[in-house]
Design a binder for this molecule. Structure first.
Ligand SMILES: Nc1ncnc2c1ncn2[C@@H]1O[C@H](COP(=O)(O)OP(=O)(O)OP(=O)(O)O)[C@@H](O)[C@H]1O
Length: 260
């Protein structure tokens, strides 16, 4: 029998609990997620992998509360957010605001006239005075080595630069959890090294990290827990070492052992 105290500790160690989640983009269209189940623990480096179209992005949108599942349950840090939120809508949104999401396509995130305004947007939107929002934005740009882009229009940047600017916007928002969808894609080797160092910094400062990626070398070196998706279901949950021993899972999910 589990005591109430043990039960609350167990809950507080959970980042997300997802049970039987179904989601489709339109009524009548095929399920993008068809019965997804997993538990993500706090203070673990988590990677989501799977072929194109397996459901990684859709899962992240569900976790961030941007998509509402049609069936199933989602809890964040032990608090149910679907289907029966135990919190009023405003409180639920506030809770989910502690989760930052880096979209795969940075064009979906950049909306302002200048990079600086874009990076300052979330702190400003949350009610900080411009001076403080600007200070945070400049610090985030400096951390990514892209201060020189501050006055540029985001639409004129390269894809990799846009990705870094979108990440700077997230850093300025000081999230407690970060969902990063293909953060390495389109970054040059220097950008990738910088990103890895920032992920380590963030993790060390207490930010929980969940990364969707096709980069199996990154998974081998960085991740502690891996969730493999295939056609909208979870095919495997475990460590990278376990995954790379499972040729059946790698084959079925269309993944490669990186051989490191
Ligand atoms: N906007 C959309 N409208 C309709 N269907 C969509 C939309 N976005 C994704 N899908 C479908 O949902 C399923 C899951 O897609 P999702 O983008 O979550 O996969 P993914 O694992 O992130 O893929 P990738 O590795 O290519 O980024 C796919 O079948 C895809 O075609």
């Amino acid at each position: 029998m589990v005591s109430v105290a043990e039960y609350s500790v167990a809950l507080s160690e959970e980042l997300f609990r997802v049970e039987g989640v179904h989601f489709r983009y339109r009524e009548g269209s095929p399920w993008a997620l068809r019965g997804v189940d997993f538990v993500l623990r706090r203070r673990r480096r988590v990677a989501f992998v799977g072929a194109n179209g397996s459901g990684k992005t859709t899962t992240f949108f569900v976790l961030r509360g941007l998509f509402t599942p049609e069936k199933g349950r989602v809890a964040f840090r032990g608090t149910e957010v679907y289907p029966a939120p135990t919190l009023p809508a405003r409180e639920r949104e506030k809770l989910l605001q502690s989760v930052g999401i880096l979209f795969q396509d940075p064009d979906d995130m950049l909306i302002s006239l200048t990079v600086l305004e874009d990076v300052a947007f979330t702190p400003l939107h949350r009610g900080l005075p411009w001076e403080e929002a600007e200070r945070r934005a400049r610090a985030a740009l400096a951390r990514l080595g892209i201060e020189s882009l501050a006055d540029r229009p985001p639409r004129e940047l390269s894809f990799g630069q846009k990705k870094l600017v979108a990440l700077a916007g997230l850093l300025a928002a000081e999230p407690e959890v970060l969902l990063l969808d293909e953060p390495m894609a389109f970054l040059d080797p220097r950008g990738r090294r910088l990103l890895l160092a920032i992920l380590e910094d963030l993790f060390a400062s207490g930010v929980d990290l969940v990364v969707a990626t096709h980069d199996m070398r990154f998974v081998a070196r960085w991740a502690e827990d891996v969730v493999v998706l295939s056609e909208g279901t979870v095919l495997f949950r475990g460590s990278p070492a376990e995954l790379f021993r499972r040729d059946d899972v790698l084959d079925a999910a269309g993944l490669e052992d990186p051989g490191v």
